[in-house]
Design a protein around this ligand. Sequence first.
Ligand code: NI
Length: 258
Amino acid sequence: MLIDSHCHLTDRLFDEDLEAVLARAHAAGVGRFLVIGANGDFSHNEKAVALAQAHASIFAVVGVHPHDAKSITEETYTQLRQLAQHPKVVGLGETGLDFYYDNSPREDQRTHFRRFIRLANELDLPLSMHVRDAYAEAAATLREEGGGKVRGVMHCFTGSEAEAHDLLSLGLYISFSGIVTFKSAHELRTVAKAVPLDRLLVETDCPLLAPVPYRGRRNEPAYVAQVAHTIAEVRGCGLEEVVAATKRNTEALFQLMA
Ligand code: NI
């Protein structure tokens, strides 16, 4: 069984046909879904928890994307603490630093990434992290704030092998999305080969980033099979090995109940 460790099924693009999307995923061997509520408006977090409550196969991760860091208030943290009480909320995020788009001022992103790390430690929940053009600073922040204890995954990893090793040294997991299947992503495939099997996760990050051969279309969890297939290919191992390892790793990190 595959697990899509990062999907945005609360997105409006899934409103019309979510049941069909889930059915296609199950048919493709994808049996569990971590739905990330950080998707613009805060109400997506409530929607993610509602989906998790309605579907045995869905778990929720709640947070505010670094793009939206400027919108965070004290009330946001009060709401997140409340949502985190739900037994199917298994993590916080996505949070982090995006210095590529800079959709929120960097100081706001820094402040709230630190607060999310502290909240993760306090609530004993893992973090789903989004970082772009800021891996070194993110690692430094995790060392300072996390005391080396914070559990989490660097989602949709697109950095170098050296950056991956730095994050692995913090005990983090590394997740690959459909980007690893793109023709131009030679360096990223080298990283996907180097990450230890027991630290590897797979995801779609749907509705964006559909893997080859679906590139350009709406992405959906069924396509996480393409991500796992590419990783197995570059590692020269069987698909089953990647499927089993990423399932085990995702269940361990997010402490998913059987
Ligand atoms: Ni995402």
